[in-house]
Design a protein around this ligand. Structure first.
Ligand code: OFO
Length: 169
């Protein structure tokens, strides 16, 4: 059982996670357009990861007897600048999502909603991992800048990102 307030906040986050998925899919398309298929693959896998974040939250609301409300998804930008800028915007976005998850946690604590606190802990940990992953890509990317050889190497590495493992049932 979750409160109306918590339900509303979680539904809002479902929408934000959908936006994340949508934005990464747009980044994937953009990366292909600028000739970086490895970047496109990484972003496509990130899109799948975000759909998992959505589904997990969607299931939780319903498991708690709540009502899922799907709202309109904002249109993401079509262009993201240089390869470094693509990942800088990714990091910025993930930091923003981290702040949203922390606000949700604050609300769960305020409401003494222990189940939702435990549920959200998964997202808190996930955000640490996501920010670290992006930082690991950004550092070498900043070093190579616009250098074509360096970019090609990083693109090849990003092409190796596999699909996320499905969530346990
Ligand atoms: Fe990228 O973690 Fe969800 O939004």
């Amino acid at each position: 059982m979750i409160s109306e307030k918590m339900q509303e906040a979680l539904n809002e986050q479902v929408n934000k996670e959908f936006y994340s998925a949508y934005m990464y899919l747009a980044m994937s398309a953009y990366s292909n357009t600028i000739g970086l298929p490895g970047f496109a693959n990484w972003m496509r896998m990130q899109y799948e990861e975000e759909i998992m974040h959505v589904t997990k939250m969607y299931d939780y609301i319903q498991d708690q007897g709540g009502v899922v409300t799907l709202k309109a998804i904002e249109q993401p930008p079509l262009e993201y600048g240089t390869p470094v800028e693509v990942f800088e915007q990714t990091l910025e976005h993930e930091q923003y999502v981290t702040s949203l998850i922390h606000k949700l946690m604050d609300l769960a604590v305020q409401e003494k909603d222990y189940a939702t606190q435990t549920f959200l802990q998964w997202y808190v940990t996930e955000q640490v991992e996501e920010e670290a992953n992006v930082n690991d890509i950004l550092s070498p990317l900043r070093m190579v800048g616009e250098d074509k050889g360096g970019l090609m190497m990083i693109d090849q590495q990003l092409n190796g990102r596999a699909a996320p493992a499905p969530l346990p049932a």
